[in-house]
Design a protein around this ligand. Structure first.
Ligand code: FPP
Length: 268
């Protein structure tokens, strides 16, 4: 079980594309969010360690507070009409952190998966893991499978939890799979390629938010972010509140998205 979405029974996996984006011909239409609300928001949740330091607490207390912020932000974005949210919870590079921190984050993941299922069902949130499952213990994989299964019929916002996720690794895995399947090079289009990514079930992110003041992409959704709008904030992830989220959404709504064209896109 390498790619977790491979084990998820998604109803349909059309490759979603924004209107006007290259390669949209013949693809199913996506549901446009009303006004200029992004359909898909992706967040690099940075600043847990600094939050803990500010409070004079150990780093893990910052991650715990970071986890607590997730349902709050999911609910908020769902209320604002966002249809997909991807959160970067643990990168392939995060394994190199001190083992106590890694173990602590994994324990938090386990705890969260067990604790939040009812909340997500109550709020009609569908949870999907994106990333590798190979390095996770059997117990955690079962917990991941369980939450995916138990939220599979929810029709509200889709929450993609990127755990052991790396953009370069995802691209390499897609290339390997296409080669293994013997797909002819001429048949490898953007759509064919996108279907091999963990995110084949959702449109590309319209808006990527990074908290914690850094200005890096950190191996996050490298292929999918080709035309994403970026929003950076110095606010640390555990402190992200409705005001700052609304500021990001308002900022996004003012952007002119041209997808490489000279005429602004009028869609979502
Ligand atoms: C960055 O903070 C945050 C991460 C390493 C990932 C975010 C992790 C969580 C919110 C907890 C785990 C998530 C789940 C779903 C269990 P940092 O430690 O890099 O902060 P710093 O830059 O201030 O040191």
């Amino acid at each position: 079980m390498e790619a977790h979405t491979g084990s998820v029974n998604l109803p349909e996996t059309p490759v979603f594309r924004a209107k006007g984006q290259p390669g949209t011909e013949g693809l199913p239409a996506v549901v446009e969010s009303p006004g200029r609300v992004p359909r898909h928001v992706a967040i690099i949740m940075d600043g847990n360690g600094r939050w803990a330091e500010q409070q004079g607490l150990p780093r893990l207390a910052g991650h715990r507070e970071g986890v607590n912020a997730i349902p709050r932000v999911v609910d908020l974005l769902a209320q604002r009409g966002v249809q997909f949210l991807t959160v970067y919870a643990f990168s392939t590079e995060n394994w190199s952190r001190p083992s106590t921190e890694v173990e602590g984050i994994i324990e938090l993941l386990d705890e969260t998966l067990r604790r939040e299922t009812d909340h997500f069902n109550e709020k009609n949130v569908r949870v999907i893991h994106i990333g590798n499952a190979a390095r996770l213990s059997n117990d955690i994989r079962l917990a991941v499978d369980r939450i995916q299964h138990e939220t599979r019929n929810n029709t509200g916002i889709v929450l993609n939890v990127a755990f052991d996720y790396g953009g370069r690794q995802e691209i390499l895995a897609a290339v390997r799979e296409l080669i293994r399947e013997g797909v002819s090079p001429d048949d490898i289009t953007e759509e064919v390629f996108s279907r091999k990514l963990f995110t084949a079930h959702c449109p590309d992110p319209d808006l990527i938010i990074r908290t914690g003041g850094e200005l890096r992409i950190s191996n996050f959704l490298l292929w999918q972010s080709a035309y994403s709008e970026y929003y950076h904030t110095p606010v640390l992830w555990p402190d992200l509140d409705a005001q700052e989220v609304d500021r990001a959404l308002a900022d996004y709504s003012q952007r002119q998205r041209r997808f490489g064209n000279i005429v602004p896109d009028t869609g979502g």
